[in-house]
Ligand binder design. Structure first.
Ligand code: WT7
Length: 650
């Protein structure tokens, strides 16, 4: 059991802030308990000479093939066993895991649990309308998935096709993802807040002939016309042959020739659907994410490695046990929703919550009311939402019984100390470890997090801390040299491949190589900077490129500028984040979600016309001393204007 040790974490936090070397803080650690790695992680029982968390991590990195082979054999059900554990070469950007193996992801997420516990609840759909949650057992979810799989097959969807899913977080969306996996089609879930242009761009890039959507979405008490958005999008998508339309509300919508009523047609299908035998390295899904140029990248994840990594991290980072209720509030349109609302929990036979609403609807107590009502054990959310809720006061939290909670997760951006402390003290009553999980769409699952650790190990607020099993982070200096010492900062790279990594960018392998493998040959480059403390703990310092994180979603500044330019305004958005939660705005139209916007007549540009974003960032951070070298600016007066404008906004 994890024992709360608030004075330790507080003390460490204060010390870190003061920049005190944390090494002497070891004295604050409690005596090591006799921690048994095989009891903790049954998959590790055969690893010779391994005891203790650190030894297990060392083994997972130094004997990576043994480690992943054992875990893959025990955690996944295989139709045919794999011949080779891995065939990877980071210097070439080649990543292949478990070749020769055949499996079906939907069977791993559904059928095997239906055999052992058909009536266990798989999904709890926390609908936007508070208190109207709906539960689906594993048997029901398998039935739904099979009907959908048969329907897609009957309409010509084949192995290797890519189906675009444009739906809110709901059981039919999950069943659609799993139905694709069942018949061997790839899915491409597009966040249902994206505009018709953004959707069209993703449909075209993925070359989808099939789209699945709903008539209308409901979020924060407001209706969104999702079918209408799809109608507009497919105008410019000649590949689209058919659009399946589910009914989230009663409202009838106009149906064209290509449109098919989803539920009606599903009823005609059989509840048994033969699963396709997929190769480990067949595509499971594409997921588009922002890069530092305007064009989104369709990252490709494959079957076995992705599922294994999502399942293992879900189990061990959150301490998920059979019978627990896992509450990840991320939308399924993001990788967090894929890995920790859908694939990780279902592969582990877990009960997962599908959160359709917002943290402030109908009031700022929504999350904690849900925790009480659904008896959620692990809660996983974004720092942005936490910061937003802090402003409404502790009473919205304290009103509700949170005794079911055991672990609190954070993801998407650095969690500042104030938010960390509040999450820990107010939400978790000091009982629950806060796990700040660092990862990306590209990594498939969590790579750095305070857990798993030995029960008495410290957690430093605001630090992601420890690499997960099989993960070997390194830091690089600006010349591309490996930084070997501690208490240092650099570019965060990974020195070893792991099964959850993305395999390529759809239709653009060259961009994949250039973005992730060319900057530091032989390493995977994350795009983030990090600090490694005296003790070897990691703290993520943020993006090194022109990508910003908004409410746990990644947006390239180039994309924002595209939108902004289309509105013929010049502005620099910040604090966009919190508005996503409070305004229920659409991410697609970034302009709508800018809550605190500073308008500027002009932006600081270099003589060659590049916007000096670091200057804007410093102004936003109120760090005027850190503005740095401004000598290449075309017109330094622009900076002064921005500083004055910023003071007004504050
Ligand atoms: C980027 C990835 C991972 C799912 C959500 C976002 C930032 C993510 C943390 C964290 C500091 C974080 C990084 C990363 N990020 N988690 N715990 N601490 N920064 O996925 O859209 O692919 O964005 O989010 O900058 O590169 P994504």
């Amino acid at each position: 059991m994890w024992l709360p040790c608030r004075c330790t974490t507080k003390y460490v936090a204060a010390s870190i802030r003061r920049g005190v070397s944390a090494s002497f803080l070891h004295v604050l650690r409690r005596g090591r308990s006799s921690w048994n790695s095989a009891a903790f992680m049954p998959e590790s029982a055969g690893f010779e000479g391994v005891s203790g968390r650190d030894a297990l991590h060392d083994y997972s990195v130094s004997h990576s093939e043994n480690f992943w082979a054992a875990v893959a054999r025990q955690r996944l059900n295989w139709i045919r066993p794999f011949d080779a554990v891995q065939d990877c070469d980071l210097s070439q950007g080649r990543i292949k895991w478990f070749e020769g193996g055949k499996l079906n992801v939907s069977v791993n997420c559904l059928d095997r649990h239906v055999h052992t516990c058909p009536e266990r609840v798989a999904l709890i759909w926390e609908r936007d309308e508070r208190g109207s949650e709906v539960r689906y057992t594993y048997r029901e979810l398998l039935e739904m998935t099979c009907r959908l799989g048969n329907l897609l097959r009957r309409h010509g969807v084949k192995k290797g096709d890519c189906v675009t899913i444009y739906m809110p977080t709901c059981p039919l969306a999950v069943a659609s993802m799993l139905a694709c996996a069942r018949i061997g089609a790839a899915h491409n879930v597009v966040f249902a807040g994206f505009s018709s242009e953004a959707l069209a761009e993703r449909i075209r890039d993925a070359q989808s002939s099939t789209v699945i959507t709903v008539n209308q979405g409901v979020r924060g008490g407001k209706i969104t016309e999702l079918k209408r958005t799809v109608d507009a999008a497919v105008q410019s998508c000649p590949t689209v042959r058919q659009v399946f339309v589910a009914m989230r509300t009663e409202k009838r919508v106009e149906m064209a020739d290509r449109d098919i009523a989803l539920e009606e047609e599903m009823l005609k299908e059989d509840v048994v659907c033969e699963p396709a035998a997929m190769d480990s390295e067949d595509v499971l899904f594409l997921l588009y994410t922002s890069g530092s140029t305007g064009k989104p990248k369709g990252l490709v994840h494959t079957q076995a490695g992705y599922l294994l990594y999502a399942a293992l991290t879900h189990r061990y980072v959150f301490g998920y046990h059979d019978g627990d209720v896992f509450g990840c509030v991320a939308d399924i349109g993001w990788i967090t929703g894929h890995s920790y609302t859908v694939y990780g929990p279902l592969a582990n036979g877990g009960t997962t919550v599908l959160f359709e609403s917002t943290p402030v609807y109908p009031d700022p107590g929504r999350y904690w009311d849900m925790v009480e009502r659904l008896r959620i054990n692990q809660f996983y959310g974004a720092p942005t939402a936490i910061r937003l809720l802090i402003r409404y006061g502790d009473q919205w939290v304290k009103k509700y019984d949170r005794s079911s909670l055991t672990t609190l997760g954070s993801v998407g951006e650095p969690i500042n100390t104030e938010a960390w402390e509040w999450y820990n003290r107010v939400v978790g009553e000091g009982r629950c470890p806060v796990v700040d999980t660092w990862w990306q769409t590209e990594t498939g699952g969590i790579c750095i997090a305070p857990k798993p650790s030995e029960p008495d190990a410290e957690i430093v607020p605001g630090m992601a801390m420890r690499p997960f099993f099989g993960i070997k982070p390194v830091l690089m200096d600006t010349e591309g040299k490996l930084l070997t010492s501690n208490n240092t900062s650099g570019a965060l790279c990974m020195a070893q491949p792991w099964p959850g990594m993305a395999r390529t960018i759809h239709n653009n392998h060259q961009r994949f190589l250039e973005t992730y493998f060319h900057p530091y040959p032989g390493y995977f480059f994350t795009g983030d900077g990090a600090y490694r403390s005296q003790e070897g703990y990691y703290q993520i310092t943020g993006r090194l490129d022109d990508v910003i994180n908004v409410s746990g979603h990644r947006i390239g500044t180039a994309e924002i500028e595209d939108v902004v330019v289309s509105f013929t305004l010049f502005l620099y958005p910040y604090h966009i984040c919190d508005a996503v939660c409070s305004d229920e705005a659409h991410l697609s139209d970034f302009i709508l979600i800018i809550s605190v916007t500073q308008f500027a007549k002009r932006l600081p540009k270099t003589r060659s016309g590049k916007i000096m974003r670091r200057v804007l960032r410093k102004v936003v951070d109120c760090d005027l001393e850190g503005l740095g070298d401004l000598s290449t600016l075309d017109d330094p007066a622009a900076v002064q204007e921005i500083i004055e404008g910023h003071e007004k906004v504050l």
